[in-house]
Ligand binder design. Structure first.
Ligand code: IMP
Length: 424
């Protein structure tokens, strides 16, 4: 099973790190293909909790080569803070590789991200403020700075100058902020070159050769399907393509080489930041999901909005990504409810929709249609096989599988590596 994509099937924070971990020791390469340090994966290894942001979670698997591929936007300061943090805890980061074509996040991108959000007022996206959108905007505008540019100081200076010129006009004239000098940006970027140089590689070549040699390569998604700039709840999305197709464009590995596409889906739903969320709860149930699920953002510490499982979203993710299977996470969190609602369709302006509506306006009006399942009201965190789950938990999982559009591969029953029930 050499090439596997793992991605988020909802609005992020589904527990992708745990699903990644499940492939564990068989992993030779672990690749990030989109997003940047806006991501946050929590991984518990031998009872010790680790959080990764920009680093692929394979960094915690001994012997695994961790790859930051071309589709990622890299804030070098954030990268080395994370590397240093890992090293301090005894994690070996010597196998980290960074694509020469990945774009850089500079101080002007993070500044632009924050001032733009403030300017948007009530229309703000609720970004992580990490400069993700402005860095991708520069990439598409063809005014981005790439990792390889760091290797040629003259080119770097020219590119920063060209990119900064218009931004300084905007910063000073629209946002009334201090202009940023070319020198301060160049100096900051050059301060990372010596550490970065040995990590820089043609990662497309590296990964294709690894696949030729029969190595196992995991493409690890960040963010999620509903945050995809093309297929998510635009404009309340991130600025990249976290869907399965993004794993190919973001790495230079063709779609015919991918063997499995695993969608990670929580047994309920959460979302951080603004935007529509049909099954969102504003009552005691929502508060309980938040509390029991520990639903606080790994990257920004923001509280996640919580709601019930949405099978329309799951079916949509199965379709958009061509999922071969799902990994269901955090089933244990639902252990104290007597009755568990699941959204099976939407009522929109008097019409029933079983699939994602065509327009965002319709999605904003979507009222969930619920089916109710009996809870199991017991701790399931010790279950290791499907048969060890209580009858009602099995029925809940089977019902979700039937309505979600792809087979369930594994079910998470707790945060630990071993707390997983593998179904097939
Ligand atoms: P940005 O990616 O910082 O531009 O933020 C855009 C939207 O994506 C905001 O609603 C963020 O909260 C959301 N977002 C970005 N990264 C993540 C993530 O890793 N998990 C969940 N939401 C995220």
């Amino acid at each position: 099973m050499p090439a596997v994509v793992i991605l988020g099937a909802q609005w992020g924070d589904e527990g992708k790190g745990k699903a990644t971990d499940q492939l564990g020791s068989s992993l030779d390469y672990c690749v990030r293909t989109s997003g940047g340090n806006n991501a946050g994966h929590t991984i518990v290894v031998n009872g010790e909790k680790f959080a990764t942001h920009l680093l692929p979670s394979g960094i915690l698997t001994p012997g695994c080569v961790s790859v930051i591929a071309n589709g990622v936007v890299v804030d070098p300061g954030a990268l080395f803070r994370e590397v240093d943090g890992m090293n301090e805890r005894g994690v070996d980061t010597s196998r980290l590789v960074v694509s020469s074509n990945a774009h850089l996040i500079t101080s002007y991108h993070t500044t632009m991200d924050k001032v733009t959000e403030r300017f948007l007022g009530k229309n703000q996206i609720g970004t992580t403020g990490r400069g993700i959108g402005p860095a991708y905007a520069d990439k598409i505008n063809r005014t981005g700075i790439r990792v390889a540019d760091l290797l040629d100081e003259k080119i770097l200076r020219d590119k920063v100058e060209a990119s900064l010129d218009l931004k300084n006009h905007i910063l000073a004239k629209v946002y009334n902020r201090r202009a940023i000098t070319v020198e301060e940006v160049v100096e900051d970027l050059l301060s990372y070159v010596d550490r970065l140089r040995p990590m820089i590689a043609d990662t497309s070549l590296l990964l294709n050769r690894a696949l030729d040699d029969g190595r196992t390569v995991l493409f690890e998604g960040a963010q999620a399907t509903m945050l995809d700039v093309d297929h998510g709840t635009y404009p309340f999305v991130t600025s990249s393509n976290p869907v399965a197709g993004g794993a190919c464009t973001g790495s230079g590995v063709g779609p015919t080489r991918i063997d499995r596409v695993i969608g990670v889906v929580k047994a309920y739903t959460t979302r951080v930041g603004a935007g529509p969320f049909p099954t969102e709860l504003f009552d005691a149930d929502g508060e309980k999901l938040w509390e029991v699920g520990g639903e606080v953002g790994v990257s920004t510490g923001r509280n996640r909005r919580c709601g019930w499982y949405d099978a329309v979203v799951a079916r949509y993710a199965a379709r958009i990504n061509g999922l071969t299977e799902f990994c269901l996470t955090k089933l244990d969190v639902l252990g104290s409810w007597e009755r568990i609602p699941v959204c099976v369709g939407y009522q929109i302006d008097g019409v029933r929709h079983d699939e994602m509506p065509m327009t965002q306006s319709e999605f904003h009006h979507a009222e969930p249609i619920y089916e109710f399942f009996d809870g199991w009201q017991t701790d399931i965190s010790g279950a290791r096989t499907f048969d060890e789950l209580p009858k009602n938990a099995r029925a809940y999982v089977q019902a979700l599988e039937e309505m979600s559009g792809a087979p369930f591969w594994a079910v998470g029953v707790g945060p630990g590596r071993e707390q997983t029930v593998v179904l097939r």
